[in-house]
Every structure is written in structure tokens, then in C-alpha cells.
Design a binder for this molecule. Structure first.
Ligand SMILES: [Zn+2]
Length: 360
């Protein structure tokens, strides 16, 4: 714990606490420096006026663009963001900026030569991998670049990785104890990613909904899903590729959730040119929560999907829950999100690592 005897203790009183797991009765939470403190005498008292205090939100799928990305995220109560591909130099420049959203990143993703993703500036060319014999090198290079986990583009339009390359990538990542996250936005891509035993699937098919068979495989392997419904909805609305149907994406989430696959809230928020849909940082996570509830998640599971669950599955042991010793990443909202998930948008105050930031 990094709290010192001189850390300012701020008590937020008269709040119902959603601690990342459940909603607790009215109480007090103490912010001590950058951490949540034990209750006791405070230097400063903030009356929460019966609002709901919840852990800072975690967006489990974003793309960083610049420092403004972090300002947007933190101003919407998103205090942690998991980047799922961008230039490693940018990641380094945005790590651990005090008072702004804390990040983790995949850095450079594994991309098939000639695929649609190979045309994405910087990362598209740097992440090219042509066959299974290059997998160990690819993973070693990502570790050298500081990647927190390994992102693999599965089933990109055009030439894509064959099964042997996917298998070799996940084996190499397991060997180095790195989590693998697979971009898979078609039914077939999900099948290939599951066969390769990736840890995390991100996106959901727009061509054909995942079924009980796909869900059973995911459950058997302990796989996690970050469906990015905001992006899937955005693709259909903004670029409407032939055969793309949002109903397939929504149904996939319904089926996977019912089967018990852990679902994390992620948006695919980005500010890049030429992507299939522009998704705004921060605001989109609140929309994602609405879409998850629309697809069948309980409001409680939607809230967990953006707090305790991503922290648990991505090994962020210092956040995701409101309890003494954890980072003071906190959002105070007006209304009860268990009754209506849109209440996450009624933001009054935000703390990012104990530093108060103004809501957008
Ligand atoms: Zn993405």
C-alpha cells in the first residue's frame, strides 16, 4: 500500500456503494491519497446525498489515439482502458499519467499479410506474420515492446492466418504466460479462434449468431467474451457491409451469457480514419452497458462487466472493487443503475487514482 501518514483523507458520506459485486446500504467510503482507505477520521467530508458510488469503469476494448483519448475516457468515469492494438511508442507515452485513465495494451497485433488489417497504418505492417515458424519471434518481439497481452486478428477480410499460424501464436503466448485476445467478427473466425484456444474472443459475428455449440466450447475452455456491441451496431449503421446484421451480434451475446460465458464490457472506441465505424471514447462505454442489458444481461452483470470482471480476468488486482487498499478509482452517480442502467450516465463526481477529475 502506498498511503503515507500525510495522505489527505476524504470521506464520501451518505452513499449507496456498488462495490463491484453488489449494491450495499448507505455508508461512507474514505479516499486516502491514491487508495481507498479504512474508515476513520477524515480531513474533508463530501456529502454523497444518497447517490451511488461505484468503482471507476473499465473499458476492455479501446484503441488509444493521443492524450485526449485519456481525457475523454476519464471524464466519462472510465478510469481504466484496455487497448487492443496501437503503436507501442504511443502506449509508452500514455502510461501512468497521474489523474488520467490508466491503460494496458496489446501494442502491435498479429496481422496476416495482404489482409484488410495489414492496411492499418503503423501496426498493420509491423505486426505481419506469414506462418507458424514466425510465431515465437512475434510473441518475443511484443514482450520486448511492452505488450501486456497478445492480440491476434483472426479472419480479417482478404488473406487471413491459417489454423496452424493461429495455433502456433497461442502456443507461443502460453509459453511466455501471455493472455491471447482474438479479433473474431464472423462465425468462422470464432470457430478458428476457439480451435486455437485463445483466452479472449473480442467482437461477435455479424454474419451468423453464435450458438449453444460455440458457447459450450467457450465454457469448457474458460474463455472470455468482449463483444463490443457498440462497434457491431456502429458497423451496421455506419458502413453496412453486405450480410451484416446486428441481430446476429445481439443474439450471440444472449446465447453466450445464458450459457455462462464471462462477458466484459468493451467498445472498440477509436479515433482512427478509415475504420468501419467511429466510436467515441468514454461515452460509448455507457452505451455498451445499455446494449448488453438489451441483449439480456442483468443490470448487475452489466455493471460487473465494466468493473470487477475485467479487473479479475485481466489480473488487475488493485482495482475493480471498492475496498480498502484498492486504487481510489471512483464514480459518484445520481441514480440507481440496478434499476435503470442508463443511470451510469448521471455522473456527479469522478476520482482517478484519488485525483478528482471533472465530468465531461
Ligand atoms: Zn478493436
Amino acid at each position: 500500500m502506498d498511503s503515507t501518514p500525510h495522505a489527505v483523507r476524504t470521506a464520501v458520506t451518505n452513499v449507496r456503494v456498488f462495490d463491484g459485486r453488489q449494491l450495499l446500504p448507505l455508508g461512507t467510503v474514505v479516499i486516502e491519497g491514491s487508495r481507498i482507505g479504512a474508515s476513520g477520521v477524515a480531513d474533508k467530508v463530501i456529502d454523497g446525498a444518497g447517490g451511488v458510488l461505484m468503482p471507476g469503469l473499465i473499458d476492455a476494448h479501446v484503441h488509444l489515439h493521443d492524450r485526449h483519448t485519456l481525457e475523454l475516457l476519464s471524464g466519462f468515469g472510465v478510469t481504466t482502458a484496455l487497448d487492443m492494438a496501437c503503436a507501442p511508442e504511443l502506449v509508452e507515452s500514455l502510461r501512468s499519467v497521474p489523474g488520467l485513465t490508466d491503460i494496458r495494451s496489446a501494442g502491435t497485433p498479429a496481422v496476416a499479410p495482404g489482409s484488410l488489417h495489414s492496411r492499418i497504418p503503423v501496426t498493420g505492417q509491423r505486426g505481419l506474420i506469414a506462418g507458424p515458424d514466425q510465431a515465437a519471434r512475434f510473441v518475443a518481439d511484443r514482450i520486448d515492446e511492452g505488450s501486456d497481452y497478445i492480440k491476434i486478428i483472426v479472419g480479417s477480410p482478404g488473406p487471413s492466418h491459417d489454423q496452424a499460424t493461429l495455433d502456433a501464436l497461442t502456443a507461443a503466448a502460453r509459453e511466455r504466460s501471455k493472455f491471447t485476445v482474438a479479433h473474431a467478427s464472423s462465425y468462422e473466425a470464432v470457430e478458428m479462434a476457439q480451435r486455437a484456444r485463445v483466452n479472449v474472443l473480442t467482437h461477435v459475428p455479424l454474419d451468423k449468431a453464435l450458438d449453444e455449440t460455440a458457447a459450450a466450447t467457450a465454457i469448457a475452455d474458460g474463455r472470455i467474451l468482449i463483444p463490443t456491441l457498440a462497434m457491431m451496431e456502429g458497423i451496421v449503421a455506419q458502413s453496412a457491409p453486405p450480410g451484416a446484421d446486428y441481430a446476429a451480434a445481439r443474439q450471440s451475446v444472449t446465447v453466450m451469457y445464458r450459457a455462462g460465458v464471462p462477458i466484459l464490457a468493451g467498445t472498440d472506441a477509436n479515433a482512427a480514419a478509415g475504420v468501419p465505424a467511429a466510436i467515441s471514447h468514454g461515452a460509448s462505454l455507457h452505451h455498451e452497458l445499455e446494449l448488453l442489458v438489451d441483449a439480456g444481461l442483468s443490470t448487475l452483470d452489466a455493471l460487473r462487466a465494466a468493473t470487477s470482471r475485467p479487473a479479475h480476468y485481466f489480473g488487475l488486482a488493485d482495482r475493480g472493487l471498492i475496498e480498502p487498499g484498492r486504487r481510489a478509482d471512483l464514480v459518484l452517480i445520481e441514480d440507481n443503475p440496478l434499476q435503470d442502467i442508463t443511470a451510469t450516465q448521471s455522473i456527479r463526481r469522478i476520482w482517478c487514482g484519488g485525483v478528482e477529475v471533472a465530468p465531461n
